[in-house]
Every structure is written in C-alpha cells, then in structure tokens.
Write a protein that binds this ligand. Structure first.
Ligand SMILES: Cc1cc2nc3c(=O)[nH]c(=O)nc-3n(C[C@H](O)[C@H](O)[C@H](O)COP(=O)(O)OP(=O)(O)OC[C@H]3O[C@@H](n4cnc5c(N)ncnc54)[C@H](O)[C@@H]3O)c2cc1C
Length: 405
C-alpha cells in the first residue's frame, strides 16, 4: 500500500459505536494522537423530546453499575442522566412453564439500583460529544475502512475515499461483523442461536415499578425493560424468539402484536396500549479465537457477541475498553509502544476468561429454558425456588450481573 502522503497517529480506532467512542475518550490525553474512523455520521447531542413509544430509540442497553462508573470516569454520565435514563432497583424472572420465579432487589446488596436502562443513541451521542471536545483526537466520520496492511511499525489503514492513515496501534471496535477482524483473517468460533430478537418500545396500562421483567418462554426469553417517562408506563421490549416465529411477530399489525405481547408477558403490566415500529436482529454467538495481534486489539462486539437475554453485551464491551486502556496507559507512561504483544497479551488474559464465562452462562440458560421435557421443567422450577431461598447465592448472582462480583 502506498505510504506517500500518509497521515500518522499513535492509535487508530475503527468504529465509532459505544465501544469505539469509549476507547477514544479513555485513551485521549498526554500528548498522544488518537483517530476514530466511523462509517456513519456521528450523532448530534441527544434529542430526547416526546414521550410516546415512537420517540424512543428501539435499541437500549441495561448498563451495569460497573459500566456506569466507567462512563462517570470518562465524564459522560452527567450528559446521559440529563438526557434520559431509567435506574431500576428490582428484577423479576419467571418461567412460563411452571411456578419458578425469582426476584432480585438492589437492597439485597445494599445498592441503590441494579443498573440503568439507557437508549443506545443517548449513550453514543454523549460519548461523541465528549470525544469531539478532547485534544489530540481526530474524528473521521463518515469514513469507512476498506483495506489495511501490517508491518513492523504498526498498521496502514486505507479509507474508502482513497486516504491512508498510519498508526502504531489499531483498535477494532467495528462491531459483530468487524471488517478489521475479517481483513486481518482473525478467526472466530460462532454458532446460530436460532433466535431473532424483536425490539420495540411499548406503553403498558400499569407502571413498570422500576423493575426489569423477564419471562422465559419455551420459544425464547421476553424482557420488559423500564424506560424513563412521565408516567412510568413505557418499556423497551427485547423479545428473543425462535426464527420461524419472528417473521410472524414482525408482520402483525399493532393490535395483534399488542395482544401477543400481553399474553407472552402474562399481562404482568396489564394491556399494551401503544407500540412503536418493531425491528428484528438475528442472534449469533461469536467469539474471536484471539483478541490481539502485534499492534492490533479487538474490543466489544468485534471480539464477542452474546445472546441479549441478560443484557450483558455492551457491558462486556465497556469492560474490554476499560482494561485495554489501563494496559495501554501504563505502557505509554513507561515509554513503551502501545502495540507491544506483552502489553496487548495482558489485556487479552484479563478479559477473555470473563467474556467466555458470561457467554457460556448465557448459552446454558438459553438451553435450559428451551427444554420441554418434565425433568428439565422440574429442575428449572426447583432451581429458581432454591436460589430464591439462599440469600448468599442470590447476592453473588446479583453482584455478578452488576459487574461488581
Ligand atoms: C436486541 C439486542 C439487545 C441488546 N441489549 C443489550 C443490553 O441490554 N445490554 C447490553 O450490554 N448489551 C445489549 N446488546 C448488545 C449491544 O447492543 C452490543 O454489544 C453493542 O451495541 C456493541 O457495541 P460496539 O460498539 O462493540 O459495536 P457496534 O455498536 O456494532 O458499533 C460498531 C461501529 O463500527 C462502525 N463500522 C463498521 N464497519 C466499519 C468500517 N469499515 N469503517 C468504519 N466504521 C465501521 C459501524 O458503523 C458502527 O458504528 C443487545 C444487542 C441486541 C442485538
């Protein structure tokens, strides 16, 4: 690739989603240069006017207290809170096939909340605003990576508009189908969950009580996530359902969908009174065999994608970014190159085990709850009742789900 007229930065980040922008904010400073390449326009400061389901982003994240603390460190949490976020203090999980039910409460671990539900557009726009205000960060958006090559000094990125960029360290935060990962031939282990996630925003008859509700149906888990609104009746819906049923849910008119959702949620919040348009996301588990190469690190969905049933995807991604930034900042403070394999290897060792454990747990839950046979139903229901009666075990589960376990 030609190197003439090639701009140069210390660190280039491909992908300006939540993980990429958080990485840029965490790595800025101390005179180093960081570039973020994002294929789309960066979002404007969050506009969160209106209180009807269609005024909300259908994509939301259940941010854990650990992620919130990190966003506070990055200085973006006040903007997110000022825009729109809904702390939740309770979680109710129940099995559609029996009497198994378990309640989690923030008070059990002496916390104020278990986390907050925030629209992805609110998180990205707060991060984008922050990144654009920091010295030493160049934001290239819209700018799409089209090719890249590695040499002993780092990487040379080729942009779709013909421009080139050289960097010592390349961070790939370009999502589940990461073009960077593909261009570098970094292998993944993947399999289909056989589920599609249907997401939308709805209004219920009854207030959500700042509770995240999750019902395990044989066809997949359904989550009702509380949203901040004037009457506390709006919820974000993440309904993971077997592929062959997903098209039916997407094709229904609002009335039929409201009826189906009411039944699937056992009318725990009464009737559905209004719905926004629905979107479907195919769900596939992916895990990169290696997160790093000399001069390259994968973070967020580029490194791993996970079933959304416990809302952990971006929480794992933010933990990747936090750990990678710690390792890089330590290396730079010691005068070491951030692309060194010993520096990046420490990041991989600190993150891979945690990510794998969470992925395995989500897979186990999904499989356990889709079993029809009576012994499995008995196991699920007995398991839930047993855990509900064991405060120490419950506290451990809560802390782990909060990212502080
Ligand atoms: C239905 C559903 C519900 C979910 N709910 C939750 C939840 O409650 N909690 C949670 O923690 N997680 C949740 N997740 C997971 C979460 O949404 C993802 O983990 C998260 O969005 C990944 O962020 P990211 O920044 O790694 O990747 P992305 O958001 O995919 O961002 C990648 C960015 O890279 C850019 N890009 C791609 N290619 C190029 C290129 N060639 N050049 C330049 N830029 C490029 C893209 O434009 C994009 O902006 C959910 C996922 C789904 C599907």
């Amino acid at each position: 690739m030609p190197e003439a007229s090639c701009d140069s930065v210390d660190i280039a980040i491909v992908g300006g989603g939540i993980a990429g922008l958080a990485a840029a904010a965490a790595l800025a400073g101390s005179g180093r240069t960081v570039a973020v390449l994002e294929a789309r326009e960066l979002p404007q400061p969050a506009s969160v006017q209106g209180d009807t389901p269609s005024d909300y982003d259908a994509r939301v994240s259940a941010l854990t207290p650990r992620s919130i603390d990190f966003l506070k460190q990055l200085g973006v949490w006040p903007a997110i809170e000022a825009a729109r976020s809904c702390p939740y203090a309770h979680m109710t999980v129940w099995d559609a096939e029996g009497t198994g039910r378990i309640e989690f409460d923030a008070q059990e671990v002496s916390a104020e909340s278990l986390g907050s539900i925030v629209e992805n557009s609110v998180i990205t726009s707060a991060l984008a605003h922050k990144v654009q205000s920091l010295n030493g960060i160049r934001v290239l958006a819209p700018a799409r990576l089209s090719d890249l090559s590695l040499d002993e000094h780092g990487s040379i990125l080729k942009l779709e508009d013909g421009g080139h960029l050289r960097c010592q360290l390349l961070i790939a935060a370009d999502g589940a189908r990461s073009p960077t990962r593909e261009l570098l031939g970094m292998r993944t282990r993947e399999w289909e969950y056989g589920h599609r996630a249907i997401v939308t925003t709805v209004a219920f008859e009854a207030p959500h009580q700042h509770t995240a509700w999750q019902r395990f149906l044989q066809t997949g888990p359904l989550a009702l996530l509380p949203l901040a609104s004037t009457d506390d009746r709006l919820c974000s819906i993440v309904w993971s359902i077997e592929e062959h049923l997903a098209d039916e849910l997407l094709a229904m008119d609002d009335e039929a969908f409201a009826e189906a959702l009411g039944q699937a949620s056992e009318h725990v919040l009464g009737q559905v009174t209004a719905c926004a348009p629905r979107k479907g996301f195919p769900l596939r588990q992916r895990h990169a065999v290696d997160y790093v190469l000399p001069g390259v690190a994968l973070v967020g969905d580029a490194a791993h994608t996970i079933h959304p049933l416990a809302g952990q995807g971006i929480n794992l991604g933010l933990a990747d970014v936090q750990v990678l930034a710690q390792e890089i900042n330590t290396a730079l403070a010691r005068g070491l190159s951030p692309g060194r394999m010993d520096v990046l290897g420490r990041y991989q060792r600190r993150r891979k085990g945690d990510n794998l454990a969470m992925m395995a747990a989500m897979d186990g839950f999904k499989r356990l709850f889709e079993q029809h046979a009576p012994p499995w139903r008995w196991l699920r229901n007995t398991g839930m009742r047993t855990v509900a009666g064991l405060p120490m075990v419950k506290r451990r589960i809560i802390r782990q789900a909060m990212g502080v376990g």
